[in-house]
Design a protein around this ligand. Structure first.
Ligand code: SF4
Length: 505
């Protein structure tokens, strides 16, 4: 068979997970320059830039959520696709063993994580044939936080702040603007959208995701869609959602639109949202050996230019140090906008832990504790564990449980990203707790704040869902919901809704 095929696919996976392509880096650099120094958005983008550099330097996952591996492959006539599929699956399992991919494949009936990213439907592998005598493999790693912000519209539809979207390009424009507004910071903005106009519900989403394989700096060959893309990019950043939904000038770094024919009765607009950790790469392989002939999206002769040419996140001296157990008095002294540095003990907990805590006592005393919404990448080294990637996960998923858990167990600080809703906000006020927004996707940056894994509970849920007991030092985050009823997320959503009304007409 092809002796180098497995190694080439493994290289592609590792590189995609650890090294952002030049077009995304350039867009993120432009975003960083656009935000005035000292603003929340600028602080967030500085941490993101530092994280991108750290990931390359250490060959670590850029974000702990390495997403759903999706391969788009073109092969010459006669290529053995059955063998290739098997090799790709083995390369995915090997990359998972090496900690470059997080185990992300969960049995939807039992909730059990397969542990190697293999299972029904994972990874996604699409084959096509072409007339060339080389093999092209493109890979995208798109995480759950941004996947959850995808949106599909059946037009005509009434949209909040925008009115009716008709079956016209203006209607399509409204749908895209609405999808970006609705995502706020939950998909780790600034993001990029791939859009499909038309198709059916299934092909629409697929084609929308395929648009994300286009380079951010290309120009749509269809002049009507090119104009729509540039009109979206010309107006969407006026929404002032900004990095992580903190408010700011850059909300979107790319908009790529395709179109498919539709049934006369249907008109879907499908929007695939990808985060700043926009991990997609590709290779062209020799069809006889499977060796990499060249990389797509990057010029291998060009060196990787670091995102930052000075120190990354720097302290202003106004940061508040938080160390668990935290008192009611300390928590109530915090207000929205404060930057905190968390040190000491922290527990992770996300979907499975929250659902467990609704029915069972916690495995540890949570009074005065810091609960981190995080599904880390953790590797076992002898008898101990080491966290290799540990950014925050999207907190809104825990909204049905969080208030009750704060009340029952006395949690004082919840760390996550994207903010939480009215129930949690009320519980923060009533029971004396805060919500701290960490920078989504900054998995390498935060992994360096984790000094030790002290223990683990509920490991039967799989490594991303277990409750890890961590010792952290100088873990920075921003108070975005305080114990006085204030929420930055609520404010930005309202203000950006008003901007939407102004630009959508
Ligand atoms: S950067 Fe954010 S949205 Fe993207 S994969 Fe990571 S956690 Fe998910």
């Amino acid at each position: 068979m092809l002796p180098s095929f497995f190694e080439s696919v493994l290289q592609l996976i590792v590189r995609t997970s650890t090294d952002l392509p030049p077009d995304v880096r350039a867009a993120m650099k432009t975003s960083l320059v656009a935000e005035p120094e000292g603003t929340r958005a600028s602080q967030a983008l500085t941490i993101i830039a530092q994280n991108i550099d750290l990931a390359v330097d250490t060959e670590g996952a850029i974000c702990q959520d390495t997403g759903m591996p999706t391969f788009e492959i073109k092969v010459p006539l006669g290529a053995n696709q059955i063998w290739m599929r098997q090799q790709i699956r083995e390369a995915v399992a090997e990359a998972t063993r090496r900690g470059k991919l997080r185990p992300n494949s969960v049995d939807s009936i039992t909730g059990k994580n397969s542990g190697d990213n293999l299972g029904p439907g994972t990874p996604i592998i699409h084959f096509d044939q072409w007339e060339k005598d080389t093999i092209e493999i493109k890979l995208i790693l798109k995480g759950g936080g941004c996947e959850n912000t995808n949106a599909q519209y059946s037009v005509p539809v009434e949209l909040p702040h925008l009115g009716r979207a008709d079956r016209t390009l203006e209607g399509v424009r409204k749908c895209i603007l609405h999808a970006v507004w609705q995502a706020q910071g939950k998909g780790c903005s600034p993001g990029a959208v791939g859009v499909c106009v038309g198709g059916d519900r299934t092909s629409g989403y697929l084609h929308a995701k395929e648009q994300l394989f286009r380079s951010l700096d290309d120009v749509n060959p269809d002049p009507r869609l090119a104009e729509l893309e540039s009109s979206i990019m010309g107006t969407v950043n006026n929404l002032e959602i900004g990095a992580m939904g903190f408010g700011g000038k850059v909300t979107l770094i790319g908009c790529k639109i395709g179109a498919l024919n539709r049934l006369p009765a249907s008109f879907f607009v499908s929007v695939a949202y990808d985060c700043w950790a926009f991990r997609r790469l590709g290779v062209e392989l020799n069809a006889k050996t499977g060796a990499i002939e060249h990389w797509l999206y990057r010029d291998p002769s060009s060196p990787i230019i670091p995102m930052l040419d000075q120190a990354g996140f720097t302290r202003t001296g106004r940061e508040v140090v938080l160390k668990a157990p935290i008192s009611d008095e300390t928590i109530r002294s915090l207000k929205v906008g404060d930057v905190v540095m968390v040190s000491g003990r922290m527990f992770t907990g996300r979907d499975a832990v929250h659902s467990h805590l609704m029915k069972h006592d916690p495995p540890v005393d949570l009074r005065g504790s810091v609960l981190y919404h995080c599904g880390p990448v953790v590797v076992k080294e002898g008898e101990s564990w080491r966290v290799t990637a540990a950014g925050p996960t999207t907190s809104i998923r825990e909204e049905p449980y969080q208030g009750e858990i704060i009340k029952r167990y006395g949690v004082r600080a919840v760390i996550g990203k994207g903010g939480m809703g009215a129930k949690t906000l009320a519980a923060l006020k009533e029971h004396g707790a805060v919500y701290l927004n960490a920078i989504g996707g900054a998995a390498q940056f935060y992994a360096r704040s984790i000094k030790k894994v002290d223990d683990v509970s509920l490991l039967e849920f799989g490594t991303p869902e277990a409750m890890w007991h961590l010792t952290v030092e100088d873990f920075p985050a921003i108070v975005t919901m305080d114990a006085h009823g204030n929420s930055l997320h609520k404010d930005i959503e309202q203000e950006s809704g008003q901007h939407l009304e102004a630009i959508g007409v």
